[in-house]
Design a protein around this ligand. Structure first.
Ligand SMILES: [Zn+2]
Ligand SMILES: [Zn+2]
Length: 155
């Protein structure tokens, strides 16, 4: 291979890398991937988790695992307060208030990120699901008190 060809190849490689980075930046700036783990949101319709902050900032994440992680991360940062949390009941797919939901952590059913965090509107359905799939049920307040490392070990 000639030096000219190598230089051309190297140049082409740089251009390609720049183009890929551009594509990634423009892709993630749109809200079609998870704010925390960058999973495409379209494939996680049943577990989507939406956070709204007092400053008007809105964040959509793939599931409650990333939703809780996002709240833990925000809590440690200056700025906007969390105003509301919407998510879906895992069984009925009904839109529910995430602040009042029951969170089943570490069940064997794995709809999205691991360790799994699955939301239910009713405590009774969370506990019924827990009996079949394992894990532990928490309120949002309780889950936010868990050590972050324990919850977020895997993505
Ligand atoms: Zn995510
Ligand atoms: Zn997820």
């Amino acid at each position: 291979m000639t030096n000219k060809a190598i230089r051309a190849l190297a140049g082409g490689g740089i251009v390609t890398a720049a183009a890929i980075i551009l594509v990634i930046v423009s892709f993630t700036s749109k809200a079609d991937t998870c704010y925390m783990c960058s999973k495409p949101l379209a494939s996680h319709g049943a577990t989507l988790y939406h956070l709204e902050f007092t400053g008007g900032k809105e964040v959509t994440v793939c599931c409650a695992h990333c939703g809780v992680g996002c709240q833990m991360r925000m809590r440690n940062m200056e700025g906007d307060e969390l105003e509301s949390v919407r998510t879906l009941d895992y069984l009925t797919e009904k839109s529910i208030n995430g602040a009042a939901a029951y969170y089943l952590v570490g069940s064997e059913e794995i709809p999205c990120c691991v360790p799994t965090v699955i939301c239910f509107e009713e405590q009774s359905s969370a506990e019924r699901f827990q009996r079949e799939q394992g894990g532990k049920v928490y309120s949002l307040e309780e889950i936010l008190r868990l050590p972050m490392e324990k919850l977020m070990k895997a993505g």
